[in-house]
Write a protein that binds this ligand. Structure first.
Ligand code: HEM
Length: 191
């Protein structure tokens, strides 16, 4: 176990402040994004004006997630990764690595598949605007077939994300309450 204040950078046993901030900012954005996605397609679907507005926020938050996750990945690849607890079975360490990289992959795949879905939509005159600040280009023109495929891919990725997140959170709680080690504490900056 390490003692003393944590720094900005990771070390061999602990996450630093930047990695911790990235982790919890992405958690907050993903929760907001999921709520917006459900609200615009399900909860408020009958209120056209509201669901349209929510859809525009969903697109903006998606691009924000893409940007933050890319920055997070750059940081992740330049930093040391705290080692797993020494007595952890190898299969658990392998599973954690697969889940983490699966999450990164989905966190990139979701905004990109969303971008492609919007790009191929029949509403070709509706621009993609980032929180009303500036326009984001479309990647291609309207195409009904591709639009349906990208939309399906986006939805499948949402389901996969929920499955991986359930595993991920179960793992974190298992470490904290069953193994009683520092794995969750170090992602909260308390190790
Ligand atoms: C949207 C939700 C979440 C996403 C996308 C996410 C994603 C990730 C990713 C990609 C990592 C790997 C970090 C690295 O590469 O070093 C990670 C680590 C971690 N996450 Fe999450 N996470 C989420 C929610 C949570 C929640 C709710 C908890 C706690 C209950 C949690 C606890 C942890 C812990 C403890 C680690 C560190 C694991 C270790 O040290 O090996 N995460 N998370």
């Amino acid at each position: 176990m390490s003692t003393g204040r944590i720094g900005w950078h990771n070390d061999a046993t602990r996450y630093g402040r930047v990695s911790i901030a990235f982790h919890w900012i992405v958690v907050a954005l993903v929760v907001i994004q999921w709520l917006l996605g459900e609200a615009m397609t399900d909860w408020f679907e009958s209120d056209k004006e509201l669901s349209f507005a929510l859809f525009q926020y969903h697109k903006s938050v998606g691009f924000l997630i893409l940007f933050v996750v890319l920055a997070r990945l750059v940081w992740r690849l330049r930093e040391p990764v705290p080692a797993p607890p020494p007595d952890q079975p190898r299969w658990q360490t392998r599973l954690a690595v697969i889940v983490h990289w699966g999450l990164y992959l989905l966190l990139l795949g979701l905004p990109i598949s969303g971008w492609l879905t919007v790009s191929t939509s029949k509403y070709k005159d509706l621009p993609i605007r980032f929180f009303g600040l500036f326009e984001i280009p479309k990647l291609m023109g309207p195409d009904k077939k591709l639009h349906d495929i990208f939309g399906e891919v986006h939805e499948v990725m949402v389901t996969l994300l929920l499955i991986l997140l359930a595993l991920h959170v179960a793992g974190a709680l298992y470490h904290h309450f069953v193994r009683r080690d520092d794995v969750l504490k170090r992602m909260l900056g308390r190790a």
